[in-house]
Design a binder for this molecule. Structure first.
Ligand code: GDP
Length: 366
C-alpha cells in the first residue's frame, strides 16, 4: 500500500478512480508537490462546487468522536448569523473538553457597536444553548482583528493538548486557520480552501502546533435552517454581508409591512408606532408597503423587484408566524439573512418566510 495522500485544501483522501466521488484528482495532479482535489481546484478557480456527496452522518460521526479526545475545542460562530450558525448538540460533542467560543466576522457589525456588550450577549446566548465556554471572544479572521488575542487564548487554554476548530459551514474556520498560519505558522504550510459556498472543508485537516500537539480543522456541518439553501451561489453572495452592515431604520405604524427581498417579510400587526431596524447585507432590497397590499405585491413582484431569489418556486411557499414582541429591544432573526430589531414595543408582528428559513426572536444583540 502506498502512502495516503490527502488534499491540502479540504483534507479529504485523494483518489484518482471516480470523478463523482469525494477526493478525485486527475492522476497527473499527484506529480505535484501540493496536491489538491478537483473539487477544491474548481472552488478556488471558478467558485463553483461540483456535485459530490458527503452525508451529514459522516460529519456527525466525526463530531461524535470529539468527546473521546482530550483537547481544546475552538467553536467558531458567525456573529451576524449567530443562531443560524450555532452548532446543535455542542455540549454533547464537547464532553468534558473546554470550549473557547469565538464570534467571527466582527468587521460586519456596525462600527458603533461595543465589543464587550456583544461578548456578554454571546455568553448569555451560549448559556441558553446549554454551553458554558471557558472564554468568549469576538474576532475577524479576514481583517485579522483580535487574532493575536485569540491565538494567545488558544495557547494558554490548550495546555499542551490538541486543538479542534469546529463550527457549522461558512463561519470562517478555514479563514481563521489560514490567518493563524500566515501570522504565526511556517510559510510552507499549504492554505486551506475557503469560499462563500457552504460545506467547503470535507475532512479533518491537521496542522502541527508543537512536537506533540496538532490543530485540526473539522468539516462544518450544514445547518439546514440557513437561507443559503434556497438561493443560487450568486444570490448567496448577494445576501451574505460582505462589508460593514449599514442599519436601515424604519419608523412604522401598525398595518405596515417590510419585505426583505423575496425571502422574508415582517407585518407590524398591532401596537403603538415603533422602530424597525434592519441588519442585513447592504445588497438586499427592502420594501415598505401597507400590509393589506403585501400579498398582491409579493404575487406580482416575487423574483423581480422582490428578489433574490429570482426563482420564487424554489421556496415552496411562505409560512406565517405571529410574535409578541416585549418592550425590551428585541431582534427578529431570519437565519442566514439577518435580523430586524424592534424598539418601542410591546407590539405584535407576523413574519413570513419559507419553511426552511428559521425565524426566531431573541434579546437584541446591539
Ligand atoms: P468555513 O466553511 O467555516 O471553513 O468558512 P470559510 O473560511 O471558508 O469562510 C466562509 C466565508 O466567510 C468566506 O467567503 C470567507 O471569506 C468569509 N469570512 C471568513 N472570515 C471572515 C471575517 O472575519 N469577516 C468577513 N467579512 N468574512 C469572513
Amino acid at each position: 500500500m502506498g502512502e495516503k495522500i490527502v488534499c491540502s485544501g479540504c483534507g479529504v483522501e485523494i483518489q484518482t478512480q471516480n470523478k463523482q466521488e469525494i477526493g478525485y484528482a486527475p492522476p497527473a495532479a499527484l506529480e505535484r508537490e501540493v496536491v489538491i482535489c478537483q473539487r477544491c481546484y474548481r472552488l478556488k478557480h471558478y467558485n463553483e462546487v461540483p456535485d459530490i456527496s458527503l452525508s451529514d452522518d459522516d460529519f456527525l460521526r466525526m463530531l461524535n468522536e470529539l468527546n473521546t479526545k482530550d483537547a481544546l475545542l475552538v467553536n467558531i460562530v458567525d456573529i451576524v448569523d449567530f443562531d443560524g450558525s450555532w452548532l446543535e448538540g455542542l455540549p454533547r460533542f464537547a464532553g468534558n473538553n473546554p470550549v473557547l467560543l469565538l464570534g467571527n466576522k466582527a468587521d460586519l457589525l456596525p462600527k458603533s457597536v461595543k465589543k464587550n456588550k456583544v461578548i456578554n450577549w454571546m455568553k448569555r446566548r451560549a448559556k441558553e444553548y446549554g454551553l458554558k465556554p471557558v472564554e468568549t471572544s469576538l474576532i475577524s479572521a479576514s481583517s485579522k482583528d483580535s487574532i493575536e488575542e485569540a491565538a494567545a487564548l488558544i495557547d494558554s487554554l490548550r495546555r499542551g493538548r490538541d486543538v479542534y476548530v469546529i463550527g457549522t459551514t461558512n463561519v470562517g474556520k478555514s479563514t481563521f486557520i489560514n490567518t493563524l498560519i500566515d501570522q504565526f505558522g511556517e510559510s510552507e504550510t499549504p492554505r486551506i480552501t475557503t469560499s462563500t459556498i457552504p460545506g467547503t472543508t470535507l475532512a479533518m485537516i491537521n496542522i502541527p502546533l508543537d512536537e506533540t500537539a496538532e490543530l485540526y480543522d473539522t468539516p462544518g456541518i450544514i445547518n439546514p435552517q440557513q437561507a443559503a439553501h434556497f438561493v443560487t451561489p450568486k444570490e448567496l453572495k448577494q445576501i451574505t454581508p460582505q462589508r460593514e452592515i449599514k442599519p436601515k431604520v424604519y419608523q412604522l405604524s401598525a398595518g405596515q409591512t417590510l419585505f426583505l427581498a423575496g425571502l422574508g417579510r415582517v407585518d407590524f400587526h398591532a401596537g403603538e408606532d415603533a422602530s424597525f431596524i434592519v441588519y442585513a447585507s447592504n445588497e438586499i432590497p427592502l420594501h415598505r408597503t401597507k400590509t393589506e397590499k403585501a400579498d398582491q405585491l409579493y404575487a406580482d413582484h416575487a423574483g423581480t423587484m422582490l428578489s433574490p431569489p429570482a426563482d420564487a418556486e424554489t421556496l415552496g411557499g411562505m409560512k406565517m408566524q405571529e410574535w409578541r414582541i416585549p418592550s425590551e429591544k428585541t431582534d427578529i432573526v431570519f437565519a442566514g439573512l439577518g435580523w430586524v430589531t424592534v424598539q418601542g414595543g410591546p407590539v405584535t408582528v407576523r413574519t413570513h418566510a419559507p419553511d426552511g428559513i428559521g425565524v426566531t426572536i431573541r434579546e437584541s444583540i446591539i
